[in-house]
Design a protein around this ligand. Structure first.
Ligand code: F6P
Length: 615
């Protein structure tokens, strides 16, 4: 959507001059009075009031003595100058030069006409400040004509001259002149005293209103110029809206608009139109993203992890909360390729928060690794009108998602779900905490039997090529040694270390071995140690897939719920190819590129802790 501020809108010279004078004086003195609102725009008046400008009415003005008073652009009648003189008031005269000139002309004509008992006619708004100033030049004798109805007050037998308030329309003035010419019997002269800066705005604003789908017209409610220009806009473009401040914007006005024009009266400050333009842009951005994504698909892919169900539940319910449609995609990317979709309702995710596994089931799809497979998946999304995806899984899942978003313009947000905790950009992945608790439960049990038989156990834990599970569970179980891929294992060192422990005090030993450790896994390292120490009673236990099962821990449930909400929020916020993660307890958005390319490091502090505590 394009948005343009009307280049012809904004303060006219007279208003700019008055505001400059007010600001200039307020920078020297902290108080300045002004008779009536300096400009018919309450926001600008409030801004100047905050700087010390005090708005007073004519009655109050009469009582003020020896102070500075600003006469605004509209001008003042001679009576105000007389009061000022009497009360020793220092006048800051900001009367617009166009108005001042008009006052002089009216005064002169009035003097001339007085000699022939003539009359001054003023086309203008009764009670308007400028009109009062003009009428004042005729000692209150001028006849103010607002509409042709007022013509009945005009005596056609008296010589007359017609003037106009500077901000009236040419059209209205010409009409009145014609009417008067028809009825006048005595000599009649009409003076077109309309300010061209203002009058020219009418044809210009017509063009502007025609150019845009929607017009937002900004003006104070008291501005007669504002009302006039808005009526012109509305006549040309029925999608024209009158507002006075940013809060008045209704985002539904822009639903189908390709271009929006922001215009204003001669009393509308430029900064206010800028502020309103920014607000429209912002609100419309939210609106566009809300309207663009109507249906989301959610899938779980790769190795399942406890807490995936809690994440599915959070995604489904957040989508429904935002009035979006949500479909569950079965068996990860396989289901996406094959169109294995199920429309999800809130009750479909009832009672799953506490369950291990994934109700959507999971797979490692070979076909999705191919261009053709991804093309099929894209076609399924188009056919089923799915606008965006939330994928829950690990680095393999995100690599697939990244390439998919590159090939097809589909927004995808990832939720880290893997027991391995090996994703860069998040402190925790969903399932990691539960897996560690499962491991420590198993290791504690093994410890019982190891002590009973004075045995040395090599326990292999999962983690693919990362040592996060091993390291943390090793510390939590008081393992004698922890072997992880991130740190080189020296069999000799390990031997010496175990020997020392056995000689000194230990009745059992636990060595946690990450499956990805370079030594080759628990069986291999156990064999090596056995060769050197046939006296050790060694056993090996590979914990295997039990680590992936079970009811998620409280921590995983909360993380899954938080990230599920964050994923849908991110899609609605126009995010396209990112993982939502948790860093220091806060949600983060990490581009897939970053999380895939970078390797998460194990914390050195944990390595040190283990070294100290396993002596
Ligand atoms: O990524 C999770 C994980 O459990 C790894 O720890 C392990 O290496 C791998 O999955 C096992 O994969 P699969 O279940 O396909 O045998």
């Amino acid at each position: 959507m394009k948005i343009e501020i009307d280049p012809n809108a904004g303060f006219c010279f007279g208003v700019v001059n008055a505001i400059n004078k007010a600001e200039e004086n307020l920078s020297k003195d902290d108080q300045l009075y002004c008779i009536g609102d300096i400009v018919h725009n309450s926001i600008e008046v409030n801004r100047l009031n905050d700087l010390g400008l005090q708005t007073i009415e004519h009655d109050e003005f009469k009582g003020i003595k020896e102070r500075k008073v600003l006469f605004r652009a509209h001008g003042e009648p001679p009576s105000s100058y007389r009061i000022a003189k009497k009360n020793k008031i220092d006048i800051v005269d900001a009367t617009c030069p166009v108005v001042l000139n008009l006052q002089k002309r009216i005064k002169k004509s009035f003097r001339e006409l007085k000699k022939v008992n003539g009359q001054i006619l003023i086309y203008g708004k009764k009670g308007h400040a400028e009109v009062n100033g003009l009428v004042g030049q005729t000692s209150g004798k001028a006849i103010v004509i607002e509409t042709t109805k007022d013509l009945k007050s005009v005596n056609p037998d008296l010589p007359s001259e017609l003037f106009s308030q500077t901000t009236k329309t040419l059209e209205g003035f010409n009409l009145l002149r014609e009417e008067l010419q028809k009825i006048m019997k005595a000599p009649f002269k009409a003076h077109d005293t309309i300010c061209r800066k203002v009058a020219n705005r009418v044809p210009l604003i017509k063009e502007f209103a025609q150019k845009h789908d929607v017009i937002v017209f900004v003006s104070g409610k008291k501005s007669s110029n504002g009302k006039l220009l808005f009526d012109v806009c509305k006549g040309i473009n029925r999608n024209s809206y009158f507002i006075s401040e940013p809060q008045d914007i209704d985002v539904s006005w822009f639903a189908n608009a390709k271009s929006v024009g922001v215009s204003g009266a001669t009393s509308t400050p430029g900064w206010l139109m800028n502020e309103i333009t920014e607000k429209i842009k912002l609100e419309n951005k939210i609106n566009i993203s809300m309207s663009r994504i109507k249906k989301i698909g959610v899938l779980t892919s790769g190795g399942d992890a406890p807490g995936m169900n809690a994440a599915i539940r959070a995604v489904v319910r957040t989508a429904i909360f935002n009035k979006l449609e949500i479909v569950g995609i079965k068996q990860g990317y396989e289901g996406l390729i094959n169109g294995d979709f199920k429309k999800m309702k809130s009750h479909d995710v009832s009672n799953i928060l506490q369950k291990g596994g994934t109700i959507l089931r999971s797979a490692r799809s070979e076909e999705f690794r191919t261009v053709e497979g991804r093309q099929k998946a894209y076609q399924q999304m188009l056919d089923n009108k799915i606008d965006a995806l939330v994928v829950i899984g690990g680095d393999g899942t995100f690599s697939g998602a990244r390439i998919f978003t590159q090939e097809h313009d589909i927004p995808v947000v990832g939720i880290p779900g893997t027991i391995d905790n090996d994703l860069y950009g998040t402190d925790y992945t969903i399932g990691y905490d539960t897996a560690i608790n499962t491991v420590i439960d198993a290791v504690d049990k093994i410890r019982d039997t190891a002590s009973a038989h004075n045995r040395l156990f090599f326990i292999e834990v999962m983690g693919r090529d990362a040592g996060f599970i091993a390291l943390r569970s090793g510390i939590a179980t008081g393992a004698e040694a922890i072997l992880i891929p991130e740190k080189e294992t020296h069999a000799k060192e390990l031997q010496a270390y175990l020997e020392k422990g056995y000689k000194e005090h230990k009745s059992s030993g636990i060595v946690i071995v990450a499956e990805g450790d370079k030594s080759g896994g628990a069986y291999t390292i156990a064999k090596e140690i056995e060769k050197e120490h046939p006296e050790y009673d060694i056993r090996v236990s590979v914990l295997g897939h039990m680590q992936r099962g079970g009811s998620p821990s409280a921590f995983d449930r909360v993380t899954a719920s938080t990230l599920g909400v964050a994923a849908v929020d991110a899609l609605l916020d126009d995010q396209k190819s990112i993982m939502v993660g948790m860093v220091h307890g806060d949600v983060t958005h990490v581009p897939f590129n970053k999380t895939i390319k970078n390797k998460k490091k194990v914390k050195d502090t944990y390595l040190r802790i283990n070294e100290i505590l396993s002596i």
